[in-house]
Each structure stands twice: as C-alpha cells, then as structure tokens.
Design a protein around this ligand. Sequence first.
Ligand code: ZN
Ligand code: ZN
Length: 307
Amino acid sequence: MITEAKQVTKNFNSSEFACKHCGNIYISEALIKNLQTLGDHLHFSKAKVISGYRCKNHPVELQNKNTGQHTKGLAADIEYYDKNGKLVPAKIVICLAYDLNLFKGLANVENASSEGEVHLDIRESGSYRGDETIDYKTHWTNPYSYYGVTKEDVEKYTKATSKQLEVEKDITKDQLKVLVNALKIRIEPTTESMVYKDAIKGAYYNYTETVENENYTWYKISDNKWIANNGSYLEIIPKAQSTNEEEIQKLKGIIKQKDKEIKDYQNEIKDLDAQIKELTSYKFKYTCEKDGKYLKTLKKGETLLIK
Ligand SMILES: [Zn+2]
Ligand SMILES: [Zn+2]
C-alpha cells in the first residue's frame, strides 16, 4: 500500500487518492496501475479521482453499515476524459474495464457527479457488477446488453491512430509482416473482442506468443494486442534459426582472424616506421667493422655520430 504522496504512473499521483475528510493516503499501487492501463486504452487526456481512499470516519463510511473497498484503499470513483478533453461516458468505461478484466468491482455510481463517474475496485474476493443509480442490489452480467452499448461504441474511444506498435525489420526477433489491408489489431485473441486499431499493410510487428482460436493463429504483438493469421494475412518471420547461427559464427571467426592479421600488419608498420626514424635521425652514419684507430677529417658544420 502507498501511504505517501508520490507519482505512481504517468498520469496518477497517490495524493489524488487521499481521503477527502482527513487527507490521509492509503491506496493500492495495483489499483492505480490498473486505472492507468484502462486510461491508456481510452487514450485519455486526464482522469479525475472523485473518491479514492476513505477512512472509517469519512462521512460516507459513517453512513455505511458495512465498510467498503474504499476503506481498504482498493477502490476509486473516477471520471476519464478522452484525447479531446471530453468526458467518457460511464457505460463506455465500464464495458472496456469489463473486457480488460482489470477490476473485480465495476459500477456506475449513485449521486454521481457526472455521466462519466464509475466505481472501480480490485477487491480480494468475489465480484461486484452494479448499477448504484438504481440501488445496491441491481447486478448485471453483461454490461454491453445491460447498458445498450456496442463494441463499435467502445472502439470509438479505444481505436488508436498512433504508429507505436510498428517496428523496424530485425532478424534477431520473432516478427511478422502484414500482407493485407484492413487487418485488425484486437485486445484479445478472438474476433469477438474489441479492435485496438487497424494493422498497417507492409508494417513489421514483433510477436511474443501465439494462440490457436477460431481457425486463426493469433500473434501477440504487445499486451492486449493481437493479430490473426489465416495463412495469407501475414508473413511470419521467426528470428534467425540455428543454421544461420552456424554461418554467423563462421563469419565471426573470419572477422577475428582478419583482426589478428590487421594487428600483425600494424606491428610490421611500426617496425618499419622505427627503422625509417632511425635512418633519418642521423645525417651521417658510420659503422665500425673492425677494432682499431680511425681518423676522419670533418668540415665545418658536419656531425659525427658514434654509437
Ligand atoms: Zn479520513
Ligand atoms: Zn466507490
């Protein structure tokens, strides 16, 4: 549990979840991380925490017979705003949160401050799928049918236009290349799941996992990002295999040998340089072949060097 003010994720500081009554901070890091993940899927510009931690003396909790997830630091009532700064409707947030399976407790909130406020919690046991605007007993099983939301409604918020998943071709990684237009990147390996965005024809993606489902092989290209292949949608390029590995080792051996040859040549050049230096350092050089006395008549300006 986080008990002091600090930046926990890109968009959330723990101080935003402090008890509104006493200012104490007691909030789950996992809860905040899940709120960030949910927001990232919405491409949110900001989120407003209406209520995070509530101590037992918080007016709302004093009215409650049973203290709830807020007193355990496991819940937040929150609003999300889309990339244009517009409030995301609660029913959209709930359907997406339900699909991502990040929260055990999901509900729209009684006396909500807006059409966008939702209650999200990561309770340790059981689950809660509520509509507190009616009462605390109403439970739904499928938010899409309950709230009258379609996948397309949610996709308006989740579909991305960014290129962040596309990568450079790299034979040292498991990759795939998209061969067709309008192939979907989905958040789960099923055609039932939501579209994150369209894959780009001709682009490369790294993959880390495959799953067989609905007569497709699904490739996981990132967390909650999957692409289907029917055999002709994608070119699969597994990272360089062991046969290539042998060839690479052979070439590396050759490079090592050539490096050694370069060093030998460099030493040889050094020796020749030293010889040149020696030969040019004297204007006159005389090597004595035999012991004895020798005479030399020098002219003005001449030097005699004797080793
Ligand atoms: Zn308090
Ligand atoms: Zn709540």
